[in-house]
Design a protein around this ligand. Structure first.
Ligand SMILES: [Zn+2]
Length: 456
């Protein structure tokens, strides 16, 4: 009995020691024009399945795992381990045991730009004139479902290429505390320029693709006022204060926030006029560091809160900081009502707002537009109930069950009135403006939400 217990204890200790070994990745880009990127990894297996966390694409059944080629796995004893593709980014290894250290080699075909992605290419991988953008989940195969083990990454890149990544680095070795931080972040490798900015206690490593560098001052001026405003609103710093921002020009505008990084695509000319779109996007991604990452939803049922409230807070901050004119702010409020109604009337989406989050890309108009309206309704309701002493600023983490549990209708009108605004409407068109006969109390609610009226 005692011998058995000792043997069990020893094998348990071996497993624990094995689990603590970091996953080690070497990423090799053989030449600037290579059509694939190679990964060699030393992994300690958690079971007999290794995995890539895949994102949906209408054209690729297994998401970005369909771009993985030439997988081989070798045991520590040099034996060849057979690999079976289970689909959806899972691969089963034959005759292995948990805790075993293996060598995994594969290539990822650099063809992400040829496909559509439900989450947008800004959350996948793409190529620019100056290099390659990746999210960790598009490149790294991990040793199982438990993501709390550490990892290291070394980039072996063409001469005059370098890497910009949000992880700690000693020499050429990136040291990553856990596999979540590895796969849920983005990075860029290439001949690009990077700049480190310290803004309001945050350290940003800024990567702008080549054609955006001339807009650098405008991009920074767009970010700068957002951080102190968001810090005031949420009453403190987000969990992290070091971020990598990768901003590229593209044929669509999109953005994704990760735990230590964010990715933005700017469509067309990045100037002050188009900032109504891309500046909104940057502000939205910055607000996600508080609402979305520090305060992370536990399920997709809270997407309306994560996305909708983030968009409403984006609107507030851009209004109060004078980043958007009052006119644009009204257009944005109008759009949220229109998106809500169109999702119900035209698209026939019947799920309630929480359920809609399970398919947030299809239900985008309901999740973002409806969530923004809930934010506005909650803000005005709190202000009215507290003699304008409090508002959404003081109540960010609250849950607004009445409007979100049901699939009932939302109407911007009563809230706009109480905020000193009027709504003129015809069918699915909404026009918001200041109401001439607003009382001082109503006007005060409006000003607490949007800031003092602008004279433009
Ligand atoms: Zn978002």
């Amino acid at each position: 009995m005692r011998t058995l217990a000792v043997v069990c204890l020893l094998s348990l200790l071996a497993t624990i020691a094995g689990a603590a070994d970091p996953s080690q990745y070497v990423v090799t880009m053989p030449s600037p024009t290579a059509t694939s990127i190679a990964v060699e990894a030393q992994l300690t297996l958690q079971g007999d399945v290794i995995a890539m966390i895949v994102h949906g694409s209408p054209q690729l059944i297994n998401g970005q795992a369909d771009l993985v080629e030439a997988i081989t796995v070798t045991g520590a004893d040099g034996r060849h381990i057979e690999v079976t593709d289970l689909g959806m980014g899972d691969w089963k290894l034959a005759d292995v045991t948990a805790g075993e250290r293996v060598t995994l080699c594969y290539r990822v075909r650099l063809a992400h730009g040829d496909y559509d992605w439900n989450a947008g290419i800004d959350e996948m991988a793409y190529r620019t004139d100056d290099g390659l953008f990746f999210t960790g989940s598009s490149l790294f195969i991990i040793p199982g479902t438990s993501n709390d083990t550490a990892a290291t990454v070394v980039f072996d890149l063409p001469e005059d290429w370098h890497a910009s990544a949000p992880w700690d680095r000693s020499g050429k070795l990136y040291e990553i505390p856990d596999l979540n931080t590895l796969i849920r972040n983005c990075f860029f490798v290439g001949t690009h320029r990077e700049e480190t900015l310290v803004l309001d206690g945050f350290t940003f490593t800024l990567v702008l693709t080549e054609n955006l560098w001339q807009k650098r001052d405008l991009v920074v001026a767009t970010m700068e006022p957002v951080l102190p405003a968001a810090r005031r609103m949420f009453g403190g710093m987000p969990l992290k204060n070091r971020y990598l921002a990768v901003i590229s020009q593209s044929d669509r505008s999109d953005g994704g926030a990760f735990s230590d990084s964010y990715s933005m695509l700017i469509k067309g000319e990045a100037d002050e006029t188009s900032a109504v779109v891309w500046g909104h996007g940057i502000t939205h991604e910055l607000v996600h560091f508080w609402n979305g990452h520090s305060m992370a939803p536990t399920s997709q049922l809270e997407e309306w809160f994560k996305e909708g409230f983030t968009d409403y807070i984006t609107l507030l901050i851009r209004s109060r900081e004078g980043l958007d004119s009052r006119d644009i702010i009204f257009r944005k409020l109008e759009n949220s009502q229109r998106r809500f109604l169109l999702s119900r009337m035209m698209m026939g989406i019947e799920e309630n707002m929480r359920e809609a989050g399970k398919n947030k890309h299809r239900n985008r108009m309901l999740v973002y537009g409806g969530g923004t309206l809930v934010g506005f309704a909650l803000d005005v309701t709190i202000r009215e109930a507290t003699a304008n002493e409090r508002g959404l600023d003081e109540f960010m983490a609250a849950f607004f069950a009445e409007h979100t549990e049901g699939s009932g209708s939302l109407d911007v009108n009563p809230y706009a009135r109480k905020a000193g605004l009027r709504v003129d409407t015809m069918m699915d068109e909404f026009y918001i403006s200041e109401r001439a006969d607003a009382t001082a109390a109503e006007r005060a609610i409006g000003e607490s939400i949007l800031g003092a009226p602008q004279r433009r």
